[in-house]
Design a protein. Structure first.
Length: 102
């Protein structure tokens, strides 16, 4: 993944994030990569309509973080574009997409 200094956090959701959510998200995404899963990730339910119910398919690159924001590189299943997306592990240990950062 490119240098994360070039990724703008302007569109990131930061409310409710902490070191706990950071560690849990990084751990869960690392497990997702190591399993070889090609499962697409969904936007969080309250945000899905804003993103036209798009799903993203992560590239096989590790997650990055800035502060408590975790982001990955992924491909939109609707447009085919590769971009950086903020992800979060929810309380049920599922990965959810929160925003498209670029």
């Amino acid at each position: 993944m490119s240098d994360n200094a070039s990724i703008s956090m302007e569109k990131a959701i930061t409310v409710g994030l902490s070191e706990v959510t950071l560690a849990r998200t990084l751990e869960l995404f690392a497990a997702h990569l190591s399993s070889g899963s090609d499962r697409a990730l969904n936007f969080r339910g309250d945000l899905a309509e804003r993103y036209s119910y798009d799903k993203i398919k992560p590239t096989m690159k590790p997650a990055q973080s800035q502060g408590n924001v975790v982001f990955i590189e992924a491909v939109s299943q609707k447009t085919g574009e590769t971009a950086h997306y903020q992800i979060l592990a929810n309380q049920w240990k599922l990965l959810e997409v929160l925003s498209r950062l670029n």
